[in-house]
Design a protein around this ligand. Structure first.
Ligand code: M6R
Length: 609
């Protein structure tokens, strides 16, 4: 959950690395550091807190270097203090390392290195890497063989970038279970944990695979396997523009990303139509060969998976289980070659989701990734990938990734239904037609909110609440879960999502006049039932905020506050119903004065298990 940036080229590495780190701050933001080769020696600067602290420090100095590495940290081993911030160095100060991941055997390695005379300055697992290379260098002809030997001794997960005075024009990198991408420029090259770090300089990228190492110079890059055999790899062109990764006048990335949803949904529909229409085959998946589906994901992506279950079971009649990826491999799931495992992940780097995919593959299952990031680890591990075309999602709170995941699952379930002869072509066309109308309906809602600020007003009345309950039913039960997650992760208000019919079995005891209850009450097969649930809340003096449709007079008459969204097909309603709940959470967090895009204790990409 840290961010790495490296640069070697013709320009001032310091500025390029700081710029890149700022774009990766979403990956971790408790301390940051940079190491540069200046006049044949390594200069290292580290600062607790956000990157701007480090930047202020560096701005006081006149430094020029055209090679360096930088890091933004999310602490796993050792407190977030200056000494534990990366880069870390060996005893001689001639090797400098940044690392993302966890070295599981660091304590044995550390003991062994200490017994050989190495002195440690931090509490981190990372520092062992620098000392290990120093140790290996004693018996190696040059730096690279020592680097590779040291990497081979590491257990756990890592993305590593190293610089050294012994070869002062190169960056040495290695990867296992943590993302690392080389950016290929003109007379300059980059390495980073994520593409936005170098996208303003180049759109050519080469992601490293697990157990690959590379040497990066200003005009060259060489990739090797862990044994040191050189490999041929082709870079690809990144389809995102930098503007897509910037705030575009919005106060926060989260708000910008919420407002991008009509475009993101439309792009996801058109990007996925070719395989649904049959013009491009889904080669990795043969629907005749499996008899069950398992969905694995974390957080918001898990909530998308819960909706996907409704779609697949309804439209293709296949049984579906949905698992939190962090639980899946520990519960002895029945998974074999007749199982299709769908991994849903925005980043494609979530360690638990990746581990679930690897587990399923070992058992013989076919794996399908629903992912937003091209070339990410989960996409490379899976038999087939369906991309969501959300564009880069920077805010830690996931919004457009969620709605595009649900759209992709909807489309996949139509394809499955068609291939398994459950859905007739006309039915697929009818549902597709309704899906295609969705972007403009979401846009209508967002434009109305911009004009009237209804959700913002509701947020203003409720932002001092200490707790909140979110309820929904059927396909909108996961929306209650997702609405509650959005609120708690950015506003730190305790919120729970519940299936409305389950309230009477416990949570109803929480309701009194201080409890805001957000009810998803749009038209559909359970509309009458949800009306009764609203009555139950009212009878206990709870304050109801309803997400409803303009025609739902019965709801509007009963509740304290309501938000109207256009009516759509019940199966598609989660995609529009979540939008006001995202905005509600956003404004509440903003009224409370919190850092909306980078909430405490969280990181955008969770690469620890
Ligand atoms: O990148 P992923 O979709 O695999 O990430 C999964 C979760 O970490 C993520 O959805 C998280 O719950 C978000 N903070 C939710 O807004």
């Amino acid at each position: 959950m840290c961010g790495i940036v490296g640069y070697v080229g013709k320009d001032n590495a310091k500025n390029i690395i700081i710029d890149g780190l700022k774009r990766l701050e979403y990956r971790g933001y408790d301390s940051a550091g940079i190491a540069l080769i200046v006049n044949g020696g390594i200069r290292t600067f580290k600062k607790e807190g956000k990157i701007r602290n480090l930047e202020c420090e560096l701005n006081k100095l006149h430094l020029f270097s055209n090679i360096g590495i930088g890091h933004t940290r999310w602490a796993t081993h050792g407190e977030p203090v200056d000494t534990n911030a990366h880069p870390h160095s060996d005893c001689s100060g001639k090797i400098s390392i940044v690392h993302n991941g966890i070295i599981e055997n660091y304590s044995e390695l550390r003991k062994e290195l200490i017994s050989k005379g190495h002195r440690f300055e931090s509490d981190t697992d990372t520092e062992v890497i620098a000392h290990l290379i120093e140790e290996e260098l004693k018996n190696s002809p040059s730096f690279f063989p020592a680097f590779i030997k040291a990497v081979r001794k590491l257990k756990g997960s890592y993305a590593i970038a190293a610089i050294t005075v012994y070869e002062a024009d190169k960056i040495f990198v290695a990867r296992k279970d943590s993302p690392l991408i080389i950016g290929i420029g003109n007379g300059e090259n980059f390495v980073a944990s994520d593409i936005p770090a170098f996208l303003s300089y180049t759109n050519r990228a080469l992601p490293l695979d697990d157990l690959e190492v590379a040497i990066i110079g200003k005009d060259s890059f060489q990739v090797f396997d862990i044994k040191g055999n050189e490999k041929e790899k082709e870079p690809f062109t990144i389809p995102w523009s930098l503007a897509q990764a910037e705030k575009a006048g919005y106060k926060h990335f989260m708000l910008k990303e919420i407002y991008e949803q009509p475009r993101a949904i439309a792009d996801t529909i058109s990007g996925n139509l070719p395989w649904l229409k049959g013009s491009v085959p889904l080669e990795g998946i043969n629907p005749k060969t499996f008899n069950r589906v398992q969905i694995v994901a974390c957080g918001t992506s898990y909530h998308a998976g819960l909706i996907g279950k409704f779609y697949i079971e309804n439209f293709s009649h296949l049984p579906v289980e949905v698992d939190l990826a962090s639980e899946y491999r520990y519960r002895s799931p029945v998974v074999d070659e007749k199982t299709l495992v769908i991994a849903i992940t925005q980043s494609g780097e979530t360690a638990d989701t990746l581990a679930a995919v690897k587990f399923a593959k070992k058992k013989g299952a076919k794996t399908l990734a629903v992912c937003n990031v091209i070339g990410s680890s989960v996409t490379r591990e899976s038999d087939q990938v369906l991309y969501t075309y959300a564009g880069p999602e920077i805010s830690v709170a996931s919004t457009k990734a969620f709605t595009t995941q649900v759209v992709t699952l909807f489309m996949f379930s139509l394809w499955l239904g068609k291939m398994r002869n459950v859905l007739k072509d006309e039915k697929v066309e009818e549902l597709l037609h309704e899906l295609m109308e969705l972007p403009s309906k979401v846009e209508d809602f967002l434009n109305g909110e911009k004009e009237r600020g209804t959700v913002k007003e509701i947020a203003e009345s409720f932002y001092k609440a200490k707790n909140a309950l979110y309820i929904g039913r059927h396909v909108n039960y996961p929306i209650a879960l997702e609405g509650a997650l959005k609120l708690k992760e950015i506003s730190y208000i305790h919120a729970e999502g519940y299936p409305a019919g389950e309230m009477k079995h416990g949570p109803i005891a929480l309701i009194d006049e201080t409890m805001p209850v957000v009810v998803v009450a749009t038209k559909g097969s359970v509309y009458e039932k949800i009306l009764s649930n609203i009555e139950e809340v009212k009878a206990r003096k709870g304050k109801v905020i309803a997400v409803t449709n303009p025609e739902c007079r019965e709801v509007k008459e009963k509740v304290e506050a309501f938000i109207e969204v256009p009516e759509v097909n019940e199966f598609l309603s989660p995609i529009i119903n979540i939008v006001p709940l995202q905005i509600l959470a956003y404004h509440i967090a903003d009224f409370l004065g919190y850092d909306v895009d980078q909430p405490r204790n969280l990181a955008k990409s969770v690469t620890v298990k």
